[in-house]
Design a binder for this molecule. Sequence first.
Ligand code: PMP
Ligand code: GLN
Length: 380
Amino acid sequence: MSIKSKLSNVGTSIFAVMTEMANKYNAINLSQGFPDFNVNPQLIDLVNFYMNKGYNQYAAMPGVLELRKILSKKINELYGRFYDAENEITITAGATQALFTAISLITNPNDEIIMFEPVYDSYAPAVVSNGGKPVSIKLNEKDFSIPWSEVENKISDNTKAIIINSPHNPTGKILSDDDIKNLEEIVKKRDIFIISDEVYEHIVFDSNRHISVCESEILYNKSFVISSFGKTFHTTGWKIGYCYAPEYLSKEFRKLHQFIVFAVNTPIQYAYVDFLRDQNNYLTVSEFYQKKRDYFIHLMEKSRFKLLKTEGTYFQLMDYSNISNKNDYEFSEFLTKEIGVAVIPLSSFYNSQYDKKIIRVCFAKKDEILKQAAEKLSRV
Ligand code: PMP
Ligand code: GLN
């Protein structure tokens, strides 16, 4: 017997491939995006507390209500938009499940979903496995901004949604007020949904501010906004995220969500409620990562890599065109096996292997690890 693959062109995620390679060759792993430092002990204590207290059975299907309530307050304070905790916020198994659920519920066969390359790896497979067609638009070569006139040209009668991601993995670019206006112009007279991946909302640098699509009246009505605690609280392994959307969208979202996971980890949800009460726990994350970014840039000053500008996220792109003619996958393999630092080739964020001689590193690492990695990279 054989299976008719829903994802015949998809292999194993580059993040799994490079982490495995890093482990095999004992390389410093700057590839897959995750922090190597400890979770705040207070948060660990809270999880222990709720486990010991017996909060170990299924949570409510849309998530612990107290968590939805505190998120509703936080979103209102930060972005000036009220989402009803009862009906408009759903806790998910990481942003990945929220993205898959939102994409699945809006994608029917032959629907076109617009996304921007370089693109996070989970979006297109979610579209394809639901019979839809990913329509990829390359971000501008020069500064990775969105080419809005091209977006306008790519819209067809089949366009169902646009997926955006700000702060952007892997480029670190953040959306501006003008981007939001352009997006409003495009969707305002059309039935086009927005899926807005905002998982790095609390990692924004240089006194820039994260703009959520929910701040716009026009976009809010059409948007699923997705975030994740993993990035903000250094807990990527706990896999808890959330999706907020107006009631008519959240209602459909929950219909699918209940049969994909039903509910997610109970004691951790309770622990997050208490942890979120102190705003410092999320409002200081940008400053923390900005120091890491600046430290890494400083360490790499004497290297032959050219570091591109990072406005947010914990990723840094590095141009190696001065160093090697290898394609970016071969070069990443070389760095991992021979130099001892694992990185991600930028081409893996493109549909058609697009080699710009750029690699991505994750700087969410202890300073001494960044130092060791930079020393190795500077020898190249
Ligand atoms: N979106 C983006 C842009 C990401 O970088 C990631 C993971 N780092 C995710 C979604 C997935 O988040 P989670 O780990 O919460 O599933
Ligand atoms: N989002 C992380 C990254 O970009 C990886 C998450 C995963 O491995 N799926 O590296």
